[in-house]
Design a binder for this molecule. Sequence first.
Ligand code: 5AD
Ligand code: FES
Length: 356
Amino acid sequence: MSMSNLEGLLIKIRDDVSPSKNDLEVLLSKEDKSELKTIFSFADKIRKEFCGDGIFLRGIIEFSNYCVRDCFYCGLNRGNFKLERYRMGKDEVLSSVAFLAGNNIKTVVLQSGDDPNIDVAWLKDIILEIKKRFSMAITLSVGERKFEDYKAWKEAGADRYLLKIETSGKRLYESMHTDMSFDRRIKCLDALRDLGYQVGSGNIIGLPGQTLKTIAEDIIFFKEKDFDMIGIGPFIPHDDSRFSRQKTGEALLTLKVIALTRIVTKNAHIPATTALGSLDKDYRSDGLTCGANVLMPNFTPQPYRKLYEIYPGKRCVDEPVGACNFCMGDMAKSLGRYIDYGRGDSLKERKLSQNV
Ligand code: 5AD
Ligand code: FES
């Protein structure tokens, strides 16, 4: 493809209200170095225009690794009896939040497995306490719950919710989540939006059975749902999961998906995910130069951090709490960017009035 044809295609997917699946598939299949450079720098320019040079931080606290689900790719799956399970206490969670606040971070992500023993009132109290003591945004990432639970947490002050679709193909989704319903997941995402949460979703790249076509559909799904944040990471096989013998997702394909998602969604927040930093090398800075604008430093204290083993080789498991924060400042600087210590609320227009 000539360079001007390639640029024409990039402009087309940028400007189309509904980008075509075929255009996205053609772009996802690009392997030529100079073509990839063109795609990545096009995405980087859009990131600069719509999100600026600041990199937002989301400090993550993984407060429970109990899970009732059986996702074929995930190390926390309920059938993994080798894994020692934990649930942090309220005071432990709050002292981790205090530490994170002391590092000047303005978003805490409270994440866990799909753990029904997380009582709605327990988490509500934590949200109220964080809002009372600190000035920060709260993102929840605790899986599929009842509408009433989502509502109670929102009313208590939670700002955002992360629930990845993992793959937007219903058949493919249900083939690796045998006791879950794709429609119910969509219902959860819609409910979160209706309740006024800033909603994050995302997918995994390199899942068995996934094709460039289904990835193109994921990107279209992200655009249609107009998510505030979209996390995209490579699949990393875990020994104690059903997908233990499957091959690792490719960094390059993941970067292409980040770039095309940036071009199509323009101002969604896109993290350079921890999974992208956990392959043969750390590809997070590559992610930040082809569309990503967010990093997620890990603030889970030991001994829990090493037990939140979604996939093996997860980076920073042995780092002291807080180390990621310094490391990220260096990463930003080396890219000629900077860490933005603001809350980093949604850049989507419907949210602007709520943020002032
Ligand atoms: N490889 C990469 N990402 C994974 N996740 C779960 N298991 C894996 C894996 N084996 C991602 C999912 C989940 C997030 C917390 O981690 O996208 O939503
Ligand atoms: Fe954790 Fe660098 S991001 S130590």
